[in-house]
Design a protein around this ligand. Structure first.
Ligand code: PEP
Ligand code: MG
Length: 586
């Protein structure tokens, strides 16, 4: 019998195939004591297992194509660093020496201690890092127990064309499975912000996550359909349902191919209005993807990624070289460098030692607030940006502005950095536009006041939605409330766009809403003329723009903002998107 299971759509697309169920990750281990004269042998056994685990990860990293994005290799690098850390290497060896326990037991004892520390953390993002510890420890336990783990076992399972169901998958597993031809992922845990989801989006693999109890209803090898956009799983589909989804797949593939021709034309609506379409990047190497789709510049360069997964912050010189690389790659197109947005869900390794724990990190000392309190972090970044600006057009963008005083403070620091550099005789760029992100309701409500002094605004919907509806963006349990169409969100977006129009300054949107083709027409109808999106999504958005007569969309946008009922809003969105690729693109 056919039935459907609802989960959370974490990476869009449709996949049809047999399910391969990966057994839950925990390894049963034996715990025993060893005689004193075997201690050194046991330590050697652990050392060899750790070396093999590192070699496995390096092999996976080597097989990761460079176009998979920085996220993938970063995750693998984090796991490699853990495998080199004394916490997971030296301490278990000391335990073997002190307690005469076997290697597996020593590793488990140390795992429990480390996980206990993570679990006690207030920060939800750091709490999720305990999964990384488990993944790394399990890999070593598997080797010690001579158990085949998924990345070895799967090689024999001929995963070509299969959909993998797992409790959760490490990024390393996902990369390998992609190589082996896996076409979709289902996970019991996680949501759109899990590691696997981030990875899968850059790999363009459909994912449905948060399928908690679904495993009990699935049998290995039976046929499934994943609809990653709707977050739905169809089990044992009928021929009729299969036919429908196959048609949808062909339609999506056709549109994807057809879209490639749009690379060489500017983003222009059907009624001839030129729309600015820029790219969001995390690392300098991502600029290549933006140039491949001919983005009109970089609308959001998330510089905090330069600070992650390393022991020490990059110095001014390293930052300068990174920014310069992006400017050179963009060949004269503008690059919007966002100053550090650290804190809350984006922590650097080690965080800020000694800093008091915040009960609400998302409302705490993050982004521009943190930078203004830590000049030794902020000044090198501003100096690096000014120096890089000698090589091409740079805009500076400030994250999480909530008061104009913050802007005034930044202006003062920037002025002092400029004078310092001039005195040192260093070449710098002049008159850099300074803009602010509108991602706190206070900034949206006062957008007219902000627009008087700032050179541009950029709407960060990811945070704006979180703060407007009061839901933690990384908490799966309230994910169902995360709604870009909420009238409160739309009204704040509208207020911001109008404030920019009245003040005559550009307003862009760089949150995920801008890169979701279902909302493109609505946003055009609301007056948005600048979008900054992940390079993977850019051509799809361009296509919808090219299919849209903007004049006809204004009345729909106005209606949407008056529609209270969620179902009615979804129905209206479908009407707006009728006959566009956004209506059907999975
Ligand atoms: C946003 O909040 O919409 C945004 C673009 O910033 P980030 O996702 O990096 O917080
Ligand atoms: Mg943000």
């Amino acid at each position: 019998m056919t039935f459907t299971i609802q989960g959370i759509g974490a990476s869009k697309g449709i996949s049809i195939g047999m399910v391969h169920i990966v057994d839950p990750g925990q390894v049963d281990i034996d715990e025993y004591t060893i005689p004193e004269n075997q201690v050194e042998d046991e330590i050697r056994r652990l050392d060899e297992a750790l070396s093999l685990a590192r070699a496995q990860l390096r092999a996976i990293r080597a097989k990761t194509p460079s176009n998979f994005g920085a996220d993938v290799t970063n995750f693998i690098n984090v796991h490699l660093l853990m495998l080199e850390d004394t916490v997971l290497t030296q301490v278990p060896m000391d335990l073997i020496r002190e307690r005469y326990c076997n290697a597996e037991w020593a590793l488990k004892l140390q795992r429990d201690t480390v996980v206990g520390v993570f679990e006690a953390m207030d920060d939800p993002y750091l709490r999720t890092r305990k999964d990384d510890v488990d993944n790394v420890v399990n890999r070593v336990q598997w080797i010690l127990q001579h158990v085949e783990r998924s990345d070895q076992a799967t090689a024999e399972h001929h995963l070509e064309g299969k959909i993998v169901f797992a409790d959760d998958l490490t990024p390393a597993d996902a990369v390998l499975m992609r190589h082996q031809g896996v076409t979709g992922f289902l996970t019991a845990h996680g949501g759109p912000n899990s590691h696997t989801a981030i990875l899968a989006r850059s790999l363009r693999i459909p994912v449905v996550a948060g399928l908690h109890n679904a495993r009990a209803y699935l049998r290995d090898g039976e046929e499934l359909i994943i609809d990653g956009r709707q977050g739905v799983l169809v089990v044992r589909p009928t021929q009729e349902i299969l036919g429908h989804y196959r048609k949808l797949q062909r339609f999506i593939a056709h549109h994807h191919r057809a879209r490639q021709r749009l690379r060489n034309v500017p983003a222009t609506s059907a009624n001839g209005e030129r729309i600015i379409l820029q790219g969001n990047i995390e690392l300098p190497s991502d600029a290549k993807a933006a140039t491949q789709v001919r983005a009109d510049g970089i609308g959001l360069y998330r510089t905090e990624f330069l600070f992650m997964n390393r022991d020490a912050a990059p110095d001014e010189e390293e930052q300068y070289l990174s920014y310069r690389d992006v400017l050179e790659a963009m060949k004269g197109a503008p690059v919007t460098i966002r100053t550090l947005d650290l804190g809350a869900d984006k922590q650097v390794d080690g965080g800020r030692p000694g800093a008091p724990l915040s009960a609400n990190p998302a409302l705490g000392l993050r982004a521009i607030r943190l930078c203004l309190q830590e000049p030794e972090i902020f000044r090198p970044q501003l100096r690096a940006i000014l120096r890089a600006a000698a090589h091409g057009p740079v805009r500076i963008m400030l994250p999480m502005l909530s008061t104009m005083q913050e802007f005034h403070q930044v202006r003062d620091v920037l002025r002092s950095c400029r004078e310092e550099l001039l005195q040192e005789g260093v070449a710098i760029g002049e008159n850099l536009p300074i803009g602010g992100m509108v991602e706190v309701p206070a900034a949206a409500v006062c957008a007219d006041l902000f627009a008087r002094e700032l050179d541009f605004l950029s709407i960060g919907t990811n945070d704006l939605i979180q703060y407007t509806i009061a839901i933690d963006r990384i908490d799966d349990e309230v994910n169902y409330l995360y709604d870009p169409l909420h009238p409160a969100v739309l009204r704040l977006v509208q207020t911001t766009i109008r404030a920019g129009q009245r003040a005559g300054i550009p307003v862009s949107m760089c949150g995920e809403m801008a890169g979701d083709a279902r909302y493109t027409r609505l946003l055009l109808g609301m007056g948005l003329r600048e979008f900054s999106v992940h390079p993977n999504a850019l051509l799809e958005i361009k296509q919808v723009i090219s299919e849209s007569h903007i004049g006809q969309l204004k009345k729909f946008a106005a209606r949407m903002m008056r529609t209270v009922n969620t179902d009615n809003r979804m129905a209206l969105l479908e009407t707006i998107n009728e006959n566009t690729s956004a209506a059907l693109s999975g």
